[in-house]
Each structure stands twice: as C-alpha cells, then as structure tokens.
Design a protein around this ligand. Structure first.
Ligand SMILES: C[S@@+](CC[C@H](N)C(=O)[O-])C[C@H]1O[C@@H](n2cnc3c(N)ncnc32)[C@H](O)[C@@H]1O
Length: 335
C-alpha cells in the first residue's frame, strides 16, 4: 500500500512525469481513486489499496500469459515453493533465499546512506512477498529502510498484502507495475533486485535497463532466475523437475547478452542447483562535455564522430565474468 507522501516519488510509466492522487485515503494509505499524470493524459486506478501503475496496452506476449497463470494459480505458488523445491533441491526455501539475498550487501547500506534518509530497496516481480521479511531481517540494526515491492499480477499482490497484514508490516510499499516500465524516478533506489521471472518477460533487455535506470549509480543490482547448475551432475528426476519449472523457456540461462554495455563488477554464481545469481553495477551516466571553443577550423568526419561520444563514457563490456559455467551467447535479435 502507498501513503499519500509516496506519491511524490512515483512517476507515470508512460511519460515519467509526476503523479497526483485524487481519491480516498484510509488509515493513512491510498485506498481508492486514481493517480493522475501531471504531464500526459494517463491515469492509474487505485482499488482496495493497490495502485495499478502500468499501462494495460503495454502488457503483451509472455507477460500477459504469465499474468494469467500467476493470477489464477497465486494460492499454489507458496506451497509449491515451500514443499516441492526442498524435495528437488535438497535444501529449504529459507536457506536458498538467504544465499542470494546475501549478494545485496545490505550491511553496506548504513555506511552509504549515513542516516541522512531511509535506505530504499526495490523488489521487482515480488510475487507474494516471500523475500520482504527476509530482507528486513538482514538490514543493519537501526537502519531506517523503505522497502518497495512491485508485481504485475494482482492475484500475487493480494497475497502479498495478506502476508504484510499477518506480519504486521505496515511499512512495505507495494503496487502493481510492469518490470518494463517502472513507475519510479531515475536513481531512486539504493538496492534493486529481482527473483524468478525475467526469463519469462517479453523483453529482458528492457527490464534490465529499467532496473539500472531506477537504481542509484554504482549500487548492486541482483537478478536471480533459473539455470541448471552446469558444474554438478543431475539425476533424471532433477532434469525433469527443472524442465517442468522452466516450461516457458527453451533455454534457461544467465541473460548476460542483455546487460548494459557499461555494467561492471559483473558476478555470476550458481546459488542453488536450479538458480543463478547475477549481480552487477552501472555507473552514473556521464553527461557529454560542453564542446570547447575552438578556432574556426572545420572538424574532420573522424573528430565529429568522437565528439559525440565522450571518452570517459566509453567503458568496455566486462570481460568474461569470473565465475564458472558462464556461456557466451550471441545477442538475440530484437523484434
Ligand atoms: C516465480 S514468481 C517469483 C516471486 C518472488 N520474487 C519470489 O521470489 O517468490 C515471478 C513473479 O514475477 C511476476 N511477473 C511476471 N511478469 C512480470 C512483469 N512484466 N512485471 C512485473 N512482475 C512480473 C509474476 O506475477 C510473479 O509474481
């Protein structure tokens, strides 16, 4: 749920201008009404405490199919993860989640925000919110932190809302949003992470670019999704189980071909038999330097090419990440 003052931090997913709320507030939270864009004709519904901050016409292809599945089968998600995964993976859900959440380096947040404001953490595709209490438990003591959770499925978000009520967590902000057009300003979050869905997104490259856009420059971004551990043997049961959970994806792999060219500190690890963890950072976009005043000599074609590409901004793509089992892939053709 969102508070009235959260509206200042929201952006229209269509044009990225600010929003204003018109409607009813109940117990200090937006209850129903609409969020109206201040820059374009778009408006977004708030109903039963959940804001729908995405454009329906943009939800296409795999996302639409996934949303139908998650909406219909939302109640099965948690029992499946809790009981069938330990059976197949040989470890509890909590153990496997703890392993990848460690990569968020939450301990460093206290040093980074230095008490000047609350730290901001975003989970994209948060589902029923299983990671939320685990993230809270890992925060440095005394650190004020705002957790935001977004997902495209209202079925999953309703369960997330129930979980928050059950836990007495009135602080976590949640809303419906599409990973391809996040309703937040540039550089807003101190940590951004995503678990378990990017392979099914209609455009993983754009989803990664959105993660980068809303993350503060150089902050860790974590993506966890399915890949069969290339470094250990798997029984037929493991292979069939893995095939079943990744039925929508012909080739589950780490999407390094979609990382922005200036991603650095790229780290790929296997964080369980079925999951990789990809962490990376991206520096602030470097604004082009103002051209120096020159004598009236006409620049050569070569000069003008390099002038439009400031030197400092050119970072080489990280060479082969250090971890094991990473396959180089050719970039997929864009539609
Ligand atoms: C396997 S669940 C993972 C949920 C949660 N992260 C977890 O670890 O339990 C994947 C989630 O991604 C969401 N999702 C799928 N496509 C999405 C999109 N385009 N934008 C945002 N969320 C999306 C689904 O609704 C679903 O809740």
């Amino acid at each position: 749920m969102l508070r009235p003052d959260d509206v200042d931090h929201l952006r229209c997913p269509a044009c990225r201008q600010g929003l204003r709320f018109r409607g009813y507030v109940a117990r200090g939270r937006l209850d129903r009404g609409e969020l109206i864009c201040t820059g374009c004709p778009a408006s977004y519904q708030v109903f039963a405490g959940i804001a729908e901050l995405y454009r329906e016409e943009e939800v296409r292809g795999g996302d639409r199919a996934m949303r139908i599945i998650y909406d219909r089968l939302a109640v099965l998600h948690d029992p499946l993860v809790r009981f069938s995964f330990p059976l197949a993976l040989g470890e509890s859900e909590a153990t496997s989640r703890a392993r990848y959440l460690e990569r968020l380096d939450l301990e460093a947040l206290a040093r980074e925000v230095r008490g000047e404001r609350a730290a901001r953490i975003l989970e994209i595709g948060a589902g029923t919110g299983s990671n939320v209490p685990l993230v809270r438990a890992r925060l440095p003591p005394g650190l004020a932190a705002d957790l935001w959770a977004v997902d495209l499925s209202m079925g999953m978000l309703r369960l997330l809302a129930e979980r928050m009520r059950f836990l007495g967590d009135a602080e976590t902000r949640f809303a419906a949003a599409d990973a391809h057009a996040l309703p937040f300003p540039d550089g807003f979050f101190d940590r951004v992470f995503h678990v378990g869905g990017i392979a099914g997104y209609r455009d993983p490259r754009r989803a990664l670019a959105e993660m980068v856009r809303v993350a503060r420059p150089c902050t860790p971004i974590l993506v966890v999704d399915e890949r069969l551990d290339p470094d250990r043997p798997h029984s037929l049961f493991h292979r069939l189980f893995f095939r079943w959970v990744t039925i929508y994806d012909r080739d589950p792999h780490v999407p390094i071909e979609h990382l922005p060219a200036d991603a650095h500190d790229v780290r790929i690890e296997q964080v369980g038999r079925f999951f990789y963890g990809l962490t990376f950072r991206v520096a602030a976009p470097i604004s082009p330097r103002k051209p120096r005043r020159r004598a009236a000599a006409k620049p050569s074609a070569r000069d003008s090419r390099s002038a439009s590409r400031p030197k400092a901004a050119v970072r080489s793509r990280p060479s082969a990440p250090k971890s094991k089992g990473v396959r180089a892939r050719r970039p997929k053709k864009q539609p």
